[in-house]
Design a protein around this ligand. Sequence first.
Ligand SMILES: [Zn+2]
Length: 236
Amino acid sequence: MSTQRVYLHTPKQTHVVTQVVAVRSGGFAVSASPFFVGGGGQPMDTGVVSVDGVNHRIEHVEVDADDHIWHLSDVSLRTGQSVDLVVDRQRRQTLSRYHTALHVLNTLALTHYDAWITGAQMTEEYARIDFAIAWLDPIMLADLEARMNAVLTAYHPVQYRSLTVAEFAQRPDLLRTKNVQPPAYRGQVRVVEIEGFDAQACGGTHAESTHEVGPCRIYKSENKGKQNKRLYICFA
Ligand SMILES: [Zn+2]
């Protein structure tokens, strides 16, 4: 049995009481986990496992071939034991807000400038995004920032749904990356919809609404090559 990924459909649930299903030196796997495993430029979650009231740090999680999520920790556990897993909520929320802002930015860049995203990275301090585009100028940056903030300061709820891989293949409008297919999990592709604005395939975590993100600044841009321009954003 693979680990249930709680973050996929109830991302606000950062605390899960679950059972240990396997142990090994330096780690354990559970039946359900709130930990995001990393991907799409969003780093994996960190947090703690709480056992008998004592917290042990988890700085790293990984997925095995059977879709078990392993939590790396030197705590000593046994199979069948009940544990509390708690994700660092503030860090998760910051990464989720940046992730949501990048959805807004990549949609606006594609819609208004025909710029496809080629990469992204979220941190607790800023986020960056790369576009396959030949040029970038201050007017375009100011326009993108204004359009982004018009969305981020309005109230658009974020919703989730799943499509089968076959259904997804019929919906090229949900793709934001040209060369990389979004991850399918148990034959399903998760779609993230910013109501009234955009829907795209994505396996990460997001804010509950654009309003939760709030305004951002595009504070830096870099020329990373003839067809590659990088933008940096931070909360305003
Ligand atoms: Zn996303």
